[in-house]
Design a protein around this ligand. Structure first.
Ligand code: HH2
Length: 288
């Protein structure tokens, strides 16, 4: 492991112990239409049970979403989003008060309701562009925020994604969004960046970003990657059923970790946790 990498890994977004290594972020979609687990956890009881299982498997954070952002997905109302997410947060925390919960939303009122219920991070796929009040919510709560790159919006983003230079454009976008957030009062140590795999990107764009993740890591913020079960993995492996794409997902996790990524947003917690444990052990071993 290079010295810069080790130094980066010791710096966390204010919620985890220093030097705790890679963090698995377990996905919990409380939606009827998410691309791989839609409908599985709509019932708060089932959602809380799955959350507990992911914590037992080694998830450091649970990322809870009440609206699907898969390509072509429709928006739900804010009331519906809050109605889906808040009872699940309450239930998880009643059983596991120590659980670190992130909420996947771009809406300020949903974020506020989730934070009041005990969530500790905001995962904003619009990088604070979706709701003019979101920046002040994050600032007031002084909580970590994930700023993700997306070209277009979920309904149409996969129609015809286009870049002159995908790595430069994604890196520059994230640098600008981080700068804007910080100048608006969000604490620098609370910013996490995400290149947004699959959000307005074709196979080649996704591969180019994964191959060059260090360009994003080099911005100096912790980086999250969300490649789990995504379509591009099926395009490479031929696996059409999303929930069967976890073998391919593991390759993205290990390669991204090697390039300096800290947070791994995944559906299959145990498999990714074990792959990371082995990758970590190898990378901690001195290179001769
Ligand atoms: N991907 C999805 C949703 N939220 N957030 C971040 N920060 N990064 C991602 O890559 C990301 C995300 C899409 O995956 P999933 O939650 O499994 O499906 P859906 O959006 O259909 O609920």
């Amino acid at each position: 492991m290079s010295r810069t990498r080790a130094a980066r890994n010791e710096w966390r977004a204010g919620i985890l112990t220093e030097g705790s290594g890679p963090v698995v972020v377990g996905i919990l979609n409380v939606t009827p239409d998410s691309f791989s687990d839609g409908g599985d956890f709509l019932d708060p009881e089932a959602a809380a049970e799955h959350a507990a299982a992911m914590l037992d498997e080694g998830a450091g954070i649970l990322d809870l979403g009440g609206e699907s952002t898969r390509p072509g997905s429709d928006r739900v109302s804010q009331e519906e989003e809050i109605r889906r997410v808040v009872p699940v947060i309450q239930r998880i925390l009643a059983a596991r008060p120590e659980a670190v919960i992130s909420v996947d939303t771009y809406r300020a009122d949903t974020a506020t309701a989730a934070l009041e219920a005990g969530a500790r991070l905001i995962n904003d796929v619009t990088a604070l562009r979706g709701d003019p009040s979101m920046t002040s919510v994050v600032k007031e709560a002084a909580c970590p925020v994930i700023l993700m790159h997306m070209q277009g919006e979920p309904k149409t983003m996969q129609d015809e994604p286009h870049y002159e230079d995908v790595v430069r454009e994604v890196r520059d976008f994230l640098a600008r969004r981080a700068e804007l957030a910080i100048s608006a009062g969000v604490r620098q140590e609370n910013v996490i960046l995400d290149p947004g795999i699959g959000f307005g990107k074709n196979l080649e764009h996704n591969l180019t970003l994964l191959r060059n993740l260090d360009a994003v890591v080099d911005l100096g913020f912790p980086v999250l990657i969300g490649a789990s079960r995504k379509r591009f993995i099926g395009e490479i492996t031929g696996v059409r059923v999303a929930r069967e794409r976890f073998f391919g997902t593991l390759a993205t996790t290990v390669l991204a970790y090697e390039r300096g990524v800290t947070y791994f947003r995944v559906h299959d917690v145990r498999a990714n946790r074990e792959a990371l444990a082995v990758a970590e052990a190898v990378l901690r071993t001195p290179r001769l």
